[in-house]
Write a protein that binds this ligand. Structure first.
Ligand code: FO1
Length: 313
């Protein structure tokens, strides 16, 4: 099984999958268009969120960074009058230094990600979408903003007009991405932001093509027109689409075999089904580890029925 994931929502489902599947049968392909260089360090927020979550180290409240964290570096930076808008905990800082050091030695991001994953005892594969540099640029009513400036510094407040992925034309899939997709029975789109977490992965033509050959299931990140975390619903509205699980299904109409939508959105079931997409309704909010596992069990059951129907056709 291959899962495509962005940050916090994606990491939670990936953790549920890791809890239910043989580690060797799961690969998580992670968005790297959120990556940036900050304070001279190479930061890969989504890779780190997925890795920390699967290692059981993620902060349960924030979802990103580590739970067992101290903030002496940030406090000292603040006292110096330096930039503190992007918070780097002391332990987390070591990881960004390690990544920067290895990159300066010419080691590709995919290899560094594997080194970190192994040292933290995480067994499923975590693969960046690309070893090449791709950067999400958000075009807003305040002009073009680098993703983390829009997301963290400006708290997603500017109105989004368009989104582009700088560097995407020169980016190829990282080693392991196409191989894992070729071997997969099914591809899962985690409940991540379609615009800025899943779209960048699928904007790499070879990835989209390979995903297009497989049955794809997704869990809608939009529940009752809203997101639990992050700006996906706001982005849909600002880009002229009413945010809903139906909008998400339409976004990926060409790729999706099935979608799980929250039970509060059951009224959308028939319209989504009329797009030729199989639908299951369930409780999709993952407040605890047991809810992650419950949702994954529901997803696995759904995937068996989707695969059976596809086989019968
Ligand atoms: N998100 C924030 O909202 N504020 C932060 O200060 C912040 C710091 C941070 C540090 C390391 C890291 O790996 C992630 C961090 N994030 C922070 C989360 C992250 O930038 C976003 O959640 C993702 O890029 C969106 O998927």
């Amino acid at each position: 099984m291959v899962a495509l994931a962005g940050g916090v929502g994606g990491a939670k489902l990936a953790d549920g999958l890791a809890g239910c599947l043989e580690p060797t049968s799961l690969t998580i392909i992670v968005n790297t268009a959120d990556d940036f260089t900050h304070l001279g360090l190479q930061i890969s927020p989504d890779i780190d969120t997925v890795t920390y979550t699967l290692a059981g180290l993620a902060d349960p409240e924030r979802g990103w960074g580590r739970g067992d964290e101290s903030w002496a570096f940030m406090e000292t930076m603040a006292a110096l009058g330096g930039p503190t808008w992007f918070r780097l905990g002391d332990r987390d800082l070591a990881l960004h230094h390690f990544r920067s050091l290895r990159q300066a030695q010419g080691i590709p991001l995919s290899s560094i990600t594997a080194e970190v994953r192994e040292s933290l005892g995480v067994r499923p594969s975590i693969v960046p979408m690309s070893d090449e540099r791709v950067r999400t640029i958000v075009s807003t009513d305040e002009g073009e903003l680098a993703f983390q400036t829009y997301f963290v510094a400006r708290k997603c407040e500017p109105v989004v007009k368009a989104i582009r992925f700088e560097g995407i034309d020169a980016a190829g899939p990282a080693p392991g991405v196409l191989e894992s997709l070729e071997a997969a029975d099914i591809v899962i789109f985690c409940p991540s932001n379609p615009w800025v977490s899943l779209d960048p992965i699928l904007a790499i033509p070879a990835i989209r093509e390979q995903v297009g050959r497989k049955p794809v299931l997704m869990i809608s990140p939009i529940i009752s027109g809203k997101t639990l975390k992050g700006p996906a619903a706001k982005m849909y509205a600002e880009l002229g689409v009413e945010p809903s699980a139906l909008a998400v299904a339409r976004h990926y109409e060409e790729l999706l075999s099935g979608i799980i939508i929250d039970e509060v959105d059951a009224h959308l079931e028939e319209t989504i089904r009329s797009l030729g997409i199989q639908v299951k309704t369930d409780q999709t909010i993952m407040r605890s580890r047991s809810e992650r596992v419950q949702l994954v069990q529901s997803l696995l059951e759904f995937s068996r029925s989707v695969l059976m129907k596809e086989d019968a056709q």
